[in-house]
Design a protein around this ligand. Structure first.
Ligand code: PEP
Length: 250
């Protein structure tokens, strides 16, 4: 049995004060949540968010991590800095990082290895663009992202890894992959992981869907066999919407 995991990706939204207010609004709404709940917030809100979730089951996440321990890496943030703020999960390889900031499968791989070595749990994003989808390249793209992005990652490492399948054309666009489609593609990712790292690893791995997930489509998506949760962008910025996804069963 894989425990569902719903993670909010706040992206570059919310000041520390706004983060505190949002979490305080959210807390009572997700107090009885069945899935694991994670909030990936901007760096400047990490400390405040960490304080605000104290005494709840909500976990703290960040939106990236450097591959180096420390040093001349202007604009980056180290695993130790995140750990000190109470971070447990970290998003790696989000399509916006790949699209705007030159993130590649190679840098994803380096960041993931560092996160794992330091005891952070990576939420690794994969997914095809609209052009790639229209050219029937989805499987090829995903295979490359998995094979290259997860190079030298061991079967044991997967105990602490979550994959987020996010078709790029569905992120922030209001377009959602159909539940059936998302399930099929996530099934492909799972079969690939089984083939490379073994049946048990693939069976136990949690794979989220991400892309315009909202309260109105969460139940249908979550009902699919291969979908173990969601990575939520826009809808994570409103307490009622995020809680509506977390409580998709109610
Ligand atoms: C995301 O950025 O990870 C995401 C899924 O965004 P949205 O929910 O807004 O499509």
């Amino acid at each position: 049995m894989r425990k569902p995991i719903i993670a909010g990706n706040w992206k570059m939204n919310k000041t520390a004060a706004e983060a505190e207010a949002l979490i305080n609004e959210l807390k009572p709404l997700v107090a009885k949540s069945k899935p694991e709940v994670v909030l990936c917030v901007p760096y400047t809100a990490l400390w405040v968010a960490g304080k605000a979730i104290e005494g709840t089951k909500i976990k703290l996440g960040a939106e990236n991590v450097a591959w180096a321990d420390s040093g001349a890496f202007t604009g980056e943030i180290s695993a130790d800095m995140l750990l000190e703020a109470g971070v447990e999960y970290v998003i790696i390889g989000h399509s916006e990082r790949r699209q705007y900031f030159g993130e590649t499968d190679e840098t994803v791989n380096k960041r993931m290895k560092q996160a794992l070595a330091k005891g952070l749990k990576p939420i690794v994003c994969v997914g095809e663009t609209l052009t790639e989808r229209e050219k029937n390249k989805t499987k090829r793209v995903l295979k490359k992202q998995i094979v290259d992005g997860f190079k030298d990652i061991t079967a044991e490492d997967f105990d602490n890894i979550v994959i987020a399948y996010e078709p790029v054309w569905a992120i922030g666009t209001g377009k959602t992959a159909t539940a059936e489609d998302a399930n099929k593609t996530i099934g492909y990712i799972r079969s690939l992981v089984k083939k490379i790292w073994g049946q048990e690893v693939g069976k136990a791995l949690r794979i989220q869907y991400g892309g315009s997930m909202k309260p109105s489509n969460a139940k249908e998506l979550m009902a699919e066999r291969n979908i173990d949760g969601g990575l939520i962008g826009g809808a994570a910025l409103k307490a009622a919407d995020f809680a509506g996804i977390v409580n998709y069963k109610d």
